[in-house]
Design a protein around this ligand. Structure first.
Ligand code: KG4
Ligand code: ZN
Length: 371
């Protein structure tokens, strides 16, 4: 079965064709084509995603991405179209939905509405394109620019949120702290790199563009940040206070311009360590509470090398019987492959219905509503 996936929930325009089949232990996927246009550079100037600009770019890019994804492929070979209906930025979601509806009518194909977070989750379970003998229940820690949540999947496609951020998403905190450190948007990968240099003390590897010389006397501050909600007996999290603590710490030391490169790397490192400590503690608690047999990370922040390493190590040490799965970093960021894969997994299991009425964009769509 072949599905064409469309993703426009944030600042990536993705169109992808994936073929999939049911296997004795799960599913097997093959990406036929994957076209992706990132608007990150355009939004960088605003320090975040600007919805109307995102909408305009999606409208411009969708036909181009479709053309690229369909090169050499006949629409006759496509069985269905799948589009992200939420969560995300509504003006951005609508562009994908409208485009998908027209295409489905023109090609006379069934159209499926897919939850973006289910796309992150299902695609993260796939290792080298195969979802194989996954032990239930699955605990997914989905960490992205808009979400930070623990999802429990006791049965396939049955989701329950068992903990989530009470304020900012982890990716949002990474992006905001990066901004304070005068790093470009999206800041996650930059903080990660800077933290790594701090950890290994290889400051000479800092990119030239980031070596803004501090004005006046440079300080090398010792930083220690809080680990919010780490001792609370639940799986909820909070990252807004952590971000504010970075702001105050920088201010107390005379502002970012007064802080040396080594000092900035120390901030990045301590921030990443604080996030890691919280996510480790909450992951262990979530496994204990749910009896999960598999744990998987997903979402844009799941590309973070340090988080991947320390969460995997902690789970292996405390719960060696739990299968810990990490997604390939090529699919952690938003893309249309994950939308097609989620639609395929559902369609091949008979757990999906084609839209019979116009699809509505749902900015706050929750994964527990995807059942
Ligand atoms: O899933 P995603 O592509 O978009 C949303 O659905 O939000 O996630 C984007 C987020 C951004 O906040 C970005 O800074 C963050 O993922 N991110 C990272 C890394 N790579 C991307 N955060 C930390 N470390 C990284 N290596
Ligand atoms: Zn996402």
């Amino acid at each position: 079965m072949k599905i064409l996936g469309i993703e426009t929930s944030c600042d990536e325009t993705g169109v992808s064709i994936v073929s999939g089949e049911k296997t004795p232990g799960g599913f097997s996927f093959e990406t036929i084509s994957a076209a992706l246009a990132s608007q990150a550079a355009l939004h960088a100037e605003y320090g975040g995603v600007y919805p109307n600009l995102a909408k305009r770019e999606h409208i411009k890019n969708l036909p181009l991405m479709l053309e690229e994804a369909m090169e050499g492929i006949s629409p006759d070979t496509i069985n269905a179209i799948a589009v992200t209906s939420g969560p995300g930025l509504e003006p951005a979601l609508w562009t994908g939905i409208t485009f998908a509806e027209k295409l489905a009518a023109q090609w006379r194909k069934p159209l499926y509405a897919i939850n973006h977070m289910e796309g992150h989750l299902i695609s993260s379970l796939a290792q080298s394109g195969k979802i194989h003998d996954v032990k239930l229940p699955v605990l997914a820690l989905l960490i992205s620019g808009g979400h930070t949540e623990f999802i429990l999947m006791r049965d396939w496609f049955q989701y329950k949120i068992i903990g989530q951020t009470q304020d900012d998403a982890v990716g949002e905190a990474f992006d905001k702290v990066a901004r304070m450190l005068i790093l470009p948007y999206p800041g996650g990968p930059h903080i990660s790199r800077m933290a790594e240099l701090g950890r290994t003390e290889r400051y000479e590897l800092l990119e030239e563009s980031l070596k803004t010389p501090p004005k006046g006397h440079a300080t090398h501050p010792a930083f220690s940040l809080p680990r919010p909600m780490i001792h609370d007996a639940n799986c909820n999290m909070s990252f807004s206070g952590l971000k504010t603590s970075v702001l105050y710490a920088l201010r107390d030391r005379g502002g970012i311009q007064k802080i040396s490169m080594e000092g900035r790397a120390a901030v990045a490192r301590e921030f990443e360590d604080a996030v890691s400590d919280v996510l480790i503690a909450k992951s262990l608690r979530a496994i204990e509470q749910t009896g999960a047999q598999t744990m998987v990370l997903g979402g844009g922040v799941a590309a973070n090398a340090h988080l991947r390493k320390v969460i995997a190590e902690a789970v292996a040490k405390e719960f060696p019987e739990v299968d810990f799965l990490l997604p390939d970093t090529s699919i952690t960021g938003d893309n249309a492959i994950m939308i097609a894969q989620a639609a395929l997994a559902r369609a091949l299991s008979g757990k999906i219905e084609a839209a019979t009425e116009p699809i509505t964009a749902k900015g706050n769509l929750s994964l527990s509503a995807a059942v």
